[in-house]
Ligand binder design. Sequence first.
Ligand code: ZN
Length: 239
Amino acid sequence: MIIGHGEPGASVTLDGQPVRVAPDGRFVFGFGREAPPSAVLEVTPPGGPTEKRTLAITQRTYDIQRIDGLPPSKVTPDPALDERLKRERAAIGAARKHTSDALFWAEKLAWPSRGRISGVYGSQRILNGEPKQPHYGVDVAGPKGSPVTAPGSGTVTLAEPDFYYEGGIVIIDHGYGVSSTLIHMERVDVQAGESVAQGQRIGLLGAAGRASGPHVDWRMNWNGVRLDPELLVSPMPQN
Ligand SMILES: [Zn+2]
């Protein structure tokens, strides 16, 4: 995630697509796992001229694990779940589309829980030759029932206690298309529409949904782009 500073009233495009600019001239955008090696940013102050910059995007390598010989039921979800999964995916998509005028994206984010990092952004499994969706969050393992806190301030756009994959899930809109998603909670303590402050408890850490052990999985979006949350916080404090 990148925060730019333009003049008030500037207009901004990224690869030709308009980027929303705050009244003070700041703007936010980001790149995900599949980003190409370069992107073009154009900033036009009121009255011009346009300043054009080609941004070089560092390409990373991600951990890819191949597992073969699994029973097919472990690879393809049960068709009886289709309706439920469709409904839950739609609810998550709608919550992430929510984009407010808040400027909380400009504040430094904080870890939602402290503990061992048990999963990283971008890793992927290929099961029986079928690539699964990459892991788009950072996992923090911790004791079941410990508090999960809001990584940044914002408005809760989704709060559900029991989604199939996610378990207890909370999505927080930080403004301008930037949102946090926190999943696998065993209890959710907030409601959709509620304002939360950074550091406020939003639920309790668990292993709800599809999780192999108690952890919180934190994801960040800029509109449809999946960001690596670990790049947006200070290193995990070592206790
Ligand atoms: Zn995870």
